[in-house]
Design a protein around this ligand. Structure first.
Ligand SMILES: Cc1cc2nc3c(=O)[nH]c(=O)nc-3n(C[C@H](O)[C@H](O)[C@H](O)COP(=O)(O)OP(=O)(O)OC[C@H]3O[C@@H](n4cnc5c(N)ncnc54)[C@H](O)[C@@H]3O)c2cc1C
Length: 307
């Protein structure tokens, strides 16, 4: 079994910040990521609210820079899916398809995933017309009509991005006004390709072999309407990737974990950072802050164990 002082699970912005701080503090750490570096941030076309990049930076570009920076301080990075996390005495055992890793401390930075609509047709067309990532799939909808479901920042930003390809983009939102930041709202309102379908929820996704329409319901009148579209992009919130610790800590209804301002969970040695945490703002800037705090607290925790 491999032995480490710290295992960081997840290589999104929170995990990379934790890794950078841990490596610079000379903590014997490994970061385990199952996919590409950068998590949700890497799947975002353009990030213009992360300080230090006037004019913005591509999400993938930012992720690759985080990876390069952490590696430059010697952070070990393992590409694997963490399947199980076990507490044994005051240590943790982290299981992947490779050799298990024993660790004194764990920073869980596994982030969040999109919440599904849970309507008929959604799973049938998942990956074949129903998508949760405009950056990944937007280019398939050149000169087509798509619907974006949601009214927050992610929904509206991605709707604007989709107008690069699509002929028309509907934004389907259950309320009569958006939740998105005012600047983003203004951009969407000024975009001639975007049409808003207010007070509407998706009832089902329709089609034989491909998406042909969405049936929407007016939440005020219950009236149904079929809107012809070629694709549906869903941004109706997120759920935390916290299954690994469901027996160790409590979560809220959407899987988010409470931590104090030191990122401690109540289980000694187990820290959380980034989007997985109960917090008022889930962004890159807050994820990296959490990661830095968690790593510095791990350093103190490890020192206290040696006293
Ligand atoms: C469409 C969209 C647009 C956005 N736009 C912006 C923006 O403009 N500005 C901004 O600041 N923020 C934006 N965000 C939010 C931002 O991307 C997140 O707040 C940030 O990525 C959270 O970082 P994180 O490290 O906590 O989690 P994540 O980015 O979710 O990363 C978690 C990582 O953990 C890995 N992982 C999960 N489980 C396991 C496991 N069992 N084993 C191994 N690895 C695992 C995942 O593969 C992933 O790489 C956007 C998000 C979305 C979805």
């Amino acid at each position: 079994m491999l032995e480490k002082e710290l295992v960081i699970i997840g290589g999104g912005p929170a995990g990379y910040a934790a890794g950078l701080y841990a490596a610079r503090a000379d903590i014997n750490a490994v970061l385990i990521e199952r996919g590409m570096p950068g998590g949700q941030a890497a799947s975002t076309e353009w990030i213009e609210n992360y300080p230090g990049f006037p004019g913005g930076i591509g999400g993938l570009d930012l992720a690759l820079k985080m990876d390069e920076q952490a590696r430059s301080f010697g952070l070990e990075i393992m590409n694997a899916d963490v399947e199980k996390l076990e507490r044994q005495g005051d240590e943790f055992i982290v299981y992947t398809a490779q050799e298990p890793v024993k660790a004194k401390a764990v920073i869980l930075a596994t982030g969040a995933k999109p919440q599904f609509l849970g309507v008929e047709g959604e799973s049938k067309f998942h990956g074949r017309g129903v998508s949760y990532c405009a950056t990944c799939d937007g280019a398939f909808f050149r000169d087509k009509t798509v619907a974006v479901v949601g009214g927050g920042d992610a929904a509206v930003e991605e709707a604007i991005f989709l107008t690069k390809f699509a002929r028309k983009v509907y934004i389907i939102h259950r309320r009569g006004e958006l939740r998105a930041t005012k600047l983003i709202q203004k951009r969407a309102m000024a975009n001639e390709k975007i049409e808003f379908l207010w007070f509407s929820v998706v009832d089902r996704v329709l089609g034989e072999d491909k998406v042909e329409a969405v049936r929407i319901k007016d939440v005020r009148t219950e009236a149904m309407q079929d809107v012809p579209v070629d694709g549906v992009f869903v941004y109706v919130g997120t759920r935390a990737n916290s299954d690994l610790v469901q027996d160790l800590v409590e979560t809220d209804a959407r899987g988010y974990i409470a931590a104090n301002d030191k990122m401690e969970t109540g289980v000694p040695g187990l820290y959380v950072a980034g989007d997985i945490r109960q917090k008022p703002l889930r962004q890159v800037v807050t994820a990296v802050a959490d990661g830095a705090v968690a790593a510095m607290e791990v350093e103190k925790y490890l020192a206290s164990r040696e006293e």
